[in-house]
Design a protein around this ligand. Structure first.
Ligand code: SAH
Ligand code: MG
Length: 195
């Protein structure tokens, strides 16, 4: 992977206010992936490919990341970025709405990273559980959503997202097959490991 290109991709994404993964969140995920050396990763929410490029260096030999993005312009930019970073053989972009695409997938994944529309997290979780490999791990970003999720303030215009994030976290915690941690890094990171 080309580290210099990666820095340029990050800088441009930040300038354009694309919500790429935050540094402290990335650090936590780096540690998890370094231990795990996944063979297959599924990412929901590619944006311009930044996180997928970062994760690609932890793949096991021959491993692959499937990543889903619904905005065409972002898919185009992500493809260019992945090429610049020299990781085309490790990242496969699926263009479309994850709500429609996920049910068509039937592979198993060692790590599933949820980082897309917050209102859809309960649905993404259901699909992720269906495709999670034994001893797999689900990681979800933005689960505390600027603190709204843990506060009783619910008149915000984003209340549907907040309600769905709360439902998502509850379902994770109620799932007897998962060991769950919610960290206050970045915008809130949930880590669920299958037992
Ligand atoms: N993981 C990226 C950031 C993703 S930002 C990184 O850290 O570099 C969230 C992305 O999810 C946006 O680009 C948005 O277009 C996409 N998205 C949101 N809802 C989606 C859906 N239902 N299906 C596919 N993509 C979606
Ligand atoms: Mg995010």
């Amino acid at each position: 992977m080309n580290q210099i290109e990666l820095e340029k991709i990050k800088k441009k994404a930040l300038e354009e206010k694309i919500p790429i993964i935050m540094d402290d969140t990335l650090q936590v995920i780096d540690d998890l992936l370094r231990d795990k050396k996944p063979k297959k990763i599924l990412e929901i929410g590619t944006a311009v490919g930044y996180s997928a490029i970062c994760f690609s260096k932890y793949l096991a030999r021959g491993g692959i990341i499937d990543t889903i993005e619904r905005e065409e312009t972002r898919v185009i930019e992500a493809k260019e970025n992945i090429k610049k970073a020299e990781v085309e053989d490790k990242i496969n972009i699926l263009y479309g709405d994850a709500v429609e695409l996920l049910p068509t997938l039937d592979g198993k994944y060692d790590v599933i990273f949820i980082d897309a529309a917050k209102g859809k997290y309960p649905f993404f979780l259901k699909e992720a559980l269906r495709m999670l490999e034994k001893n797999g791990m689900i990681i979800a970003d933005n689960v505390l959503y600027k603190g709204y999720v843990m506060s009783d303030y619910n008149k915000h215009k984003q209340r549907t997202a907040v309600r769905n994030l709360r439902e998502f976290l509850q379902e994770l915690k109620d799932n007897k097959n998962l060991e769950v941690e919610v960290l206050e890094v970045g915008d809130g990171l949930a880590i669920a490991k299958s037992k």
